[in-house]
Design a protein around this ligand. Structure first.
Ligand SMILES: [Zn+2]
Length: 409
């Protein structure tokens, strides 16, 4: 008997051990399952699709609903494979909404694929309602009939990334109803916005610090005449300065290698100061286009030529090397198109930008002088002293300095 009892106790020990091991195993399995679930979760980083979607411009968020009407498009917003290196992870546009009239010339947003070094930046375009607006494969949007629709650009290399433009088309007093892609600009509507601009001229080099009309006579405060104190023009490393002010226009260009890499810190700081002041007055100012490299401008200009022909392109877009945006001292505020003209923000900008070191570079009625149509949105940083001087003079930079703005051609 006693012997038996002992034996049964000896048997019990391994049984307990076994049970413990089984418990442990179950616990480990549970932990593994939890970890696997986490990996699928977007929060876990590594560029999962959900994360990428979050990097899209705001406008895209609202669109997800719109997509349902369209026949194609992606429901496929959720994949788990990691992106190949060099993939596009975001798309930004020069504008996200536009109002057009039937018969207007086409408009084309500037597309920026992020990151800068993404390898395959090919785009696919589609309109969810071609009866309202059509889009071609380079992004030219043409109004077809009254209504609203969404035009989407999607990255070919990473179709999960897209951006959209909301288009409203009105039955306008259209001169023609044919698709005007290559038509001359007459009809250019406010909405023709788009990117360009630029190219103006002149940029101040060390603005704030440089004393403006130092030696030369201060400009007459109300000069109506275009002759300004002519001063020496210096060219240093291919860059032209007039009285120390960097000038870029149709006459004076920048070398293709000139690349500050972005807005200059002074220009950015001045913008920030100006935007804060505008905010206090109840207006929101944003930069819709700041620095543009030589190569980017080259592409932009050629898009314009394709779209509108060279004559019209030259009125609103600069040839490479002739864009003021390449200086890092020029920027387009809020919306680069004539629909910005009559906004309260445009009015505020026109009246106040000089206080922060900016001038409206291409004023109304000065196209023959500056070489560009009126651009209420394009400001050039000169530094406060120069900006006040130019503003007070009522002159353009070309007039003030007595210089031209014409392509040698
Ligand atoms: Zn501009």
């Amino acid at each position: 008997m006693a012997k038996n009892k002992k034996k049964s106790m000896q048997n019990a020990a391994p049984a307990i051990l076994l049970a413990l091991m089984a418990l442990l195993l179950i616990g480990m399995l549970a932990a593994i399952i939890v970890m696997m679930k986490r990996q699928k979760n977007p929060d876990s980083g590594n560029g999962t699709p959900a994360q990428i979607a979050e990097q899209l411009p705001d406008s895209s968020a609202a669109e997800v609903t719109t997509t349902e009407n369209s026949t194609t498009t992606e429901e496929t917003t959720t994949t788990t494979e990691p992106l190949p290196p060099g993939s596009v992870t975001g798309i930004s546009l020069s504008f996200y909404s536009a109002t057009m009239n039937v018969g207007d010339g086409a408009i084309m947003p500037i597309v920026t694929m992020l990151p800068d070094d993404a390898e395959d930046r090919s785009e696919m375009w589609e309109s969810d309602n071609p009866a309202v607006a059509e889009v071609d494969d380079i992004g030219r949007i043409t109004a077809v009939g009254a209504g609203t629709c969404t035009v989407r650009v999607t990255s070919v290399s990473n179709p999960r990334v897209f951006a959209e433009v909301q288009i409203t088309v009105k039955e306008g007093a259209a001169v023609t109803t044919t698709l005007p892609l290559s038509t001359p600009p007459q009809t250019v509507p406010d909405t023709s916005a788009a990117p360009e601009t630029t190219s103006g001229s002149s940029t101040a080099q060390s603005p704030a610090s440089s004393e403006p009309a130092s030696s030369q006579a201060a400009p007459a405060t109300t000069a109506t005449q275009p002759a300004a104190p002519r001063s020496d023009i210096e060219v240093i490393n291919g860059i032209t300065y007039v009285q120390g002010v960097l000038i870029v226009n149709k006459t004076y260009s920048l070398p293709s290698s000139y690349n500050p890499g972005g807005l200059t810190p002074e220009a950015q700081a001045a913008f920030n100061e100006m935007a804060a002041a505008a905010k206090k007055d109840g207006y929101t100012l944003t930069i819709c286009s700041g620095f543009r490299s030589y190569s980017y401008q080259k592409q932009l200009y050629s898009n314009y030529v394709t779209r509108k022909g060279q004559y019209e392109a030259d009125r609103c877009s600069a040839r490479a090397g002739h864009s003021e945006h390449q200086t890092g001292l020029a920027m387009d505020i809020n919306y680069a198109g004539s629909s910005f003209d009559n906004t309260p923000e445009a009015k505020w900008l026109g009246e106040n930008c000089w206080k922060y070191g900016f001038i409206i570079r291409y004023p109304k009625g000065k196209e023959e002088i500056t070489g560009y149509k009126y651009e209420s949105w394009h400001v050039r940083y000169l530094g406060k002293e120069w900006a006040k001087t130019i503003y007070d003079s009522g002159l353009t930079l070309e007039e003030y300095f007595g210089i031209t703005s014409k392509y040698a051609e």
